[in-house]
Design a protein around this ligand. Structure first.
Ligand SMILES: [Zn+2]
Ligand SMILES: [Zn+2]
Length: 326
């Protein structure tokens, strides 16, 4: 289903034409729960992974939480669905459900490398705004399903490949023996949509903020803390997206130069805990407003409901990506 972001409630560009030169197109991915295959673009879905290629594992030793016994990923997802049905129907578990839950066996904890989990698979044909290295048409992102002390984030790995070159697809990839449930994405299909964004921009941002407040009737100015900045709320899309600008919130904007060559890195992919905030209704697609859809389709929670942003070097795909939290 196509997703349609409503227009912004006010249009700062009409009053501040200098913003137009700063505009950038972002692609909102709009993940929604589904049953994607390895041939589909997805968030949390199966990857088109060559059987001959080793599956990525995390060898880090700074996992923030103790590795405890877990049930299988399939059972974690089944338990989630049963819990959601129970909660939405306002009832207790049925006897059958209790029996199913009782049968879910925990596996003993291990201490070796951790098999990484698919987080995003994006075919260039589906996602405008991707700039693949020559000869590739598929981006795959995996993460280690634990927060790491170094940055509080799950450690990510990126792979670009050519889909036609994958002739023998790995059908039963390794799964992590342990994980944080909050970092196990539900499989989602995507419905990309392009939107225009404007960057955080210092003095101009302040002027736009003042003007914007004056346009919105009934604003309680004692309540401003609820909105960090109307500029940011109107000009930068929330949620999972390709490109665009970073929705700074935890810190002021800072450059994060490429460690290999010093060039300023650009946001490639934002993986969001939430697709929107309730006080930013203008970012909720009409279709999701009508259906009353959840703002947490992938059911992930990155370090206290934050976003993970993958930044890459614009000069070379060979240069390692940077990841950061906002
Ligand atoms: Zn790890
Ligand atoms: Zn570089």
């Amino acid at each position: 289903m196509a997703r349609t972001t409503p227009p912004r409630p006010v249009d700062p560009v009409a009053v501040f034409p200098e913003l137009a030169a700063l505009a950038r197109t972002a692609t909102r991915l709009h993940p929604r729960p589904g049953t994607p295959s390895a041939q589909d673009s997805s968030i949390g879905g199966p990857l088109l992974w060559p059987a001959s290629e080793p599956w990525p594992h995390c060898h880090a030793e700074d996992h923030r939480f103790e590795r405890l016994p877990t049930i299988s990923l399939a059972n974690t997802r089944l338990e989630r669905r049963m819990r959601a049905a129970r909660n939405s129907e306002g009832r207790n578990y049925t006897r059958e459900e209790k029996e199913i839950l009782d049968r879910m066996q925990e596996r003993p904890a291990t201490d070796g490398p951790i098999a990484m989990l698919p987080v995003a698979q994006l075919y260039v044909r589906d996602v405008p705004g991707l700039r693949p290295p020559e000869g590739t048409d598929l981006l795959q992102v995996l993460w280690c399903p634990y927060e790491h002390d170094v940055d509080g984030l799950p450690q990510t790995a990126l792979f670009w490949r050519s889909a036609v070159a994958v002739t023998d697809v790995l059908v039963d990839p390794p799964e992590p023996a342990e994980y944080e449930e909050d970092l196990v994405p539900e499989p989602c299909t995507i419905d990309p949509e392009q939107v225009i964004e404007y960057p955080h921009s210092g003095e101009l941002e302040q002027r736009v903020d003042q003007w914007t407040w004056a346009q919105i009737p009934g604003v309680d100015f004692d309540d401003l803390e609820e909105w960090d900045s109307p500029y940011s709320a109107f000009c930068i899309a929330p949620g999972t997206k390709i490109g665009g600008f970073i929705k700074w919130g935890m810190q002021d904007p800072y450059p994060d130069p490429c460690p290999a060559c010093g060039t300023a890195t650009e946001p490639l992919l934002t993986i969001a805990s939430r697709e929107w905030e309730y006080n930013e209704r203008h970012w909720i697609p009409y279709e999701d407003q009508a259906a009353g859809n959840s703002r947490e389709p992938a059911q992930i929670c990155i370090s206290d409901v934050n976003d993970l942003i993958i930044r890459v070097c614009p000069t070379s795909h060979e240069h390692t990506h940077i990841q950061m939290m906002q």
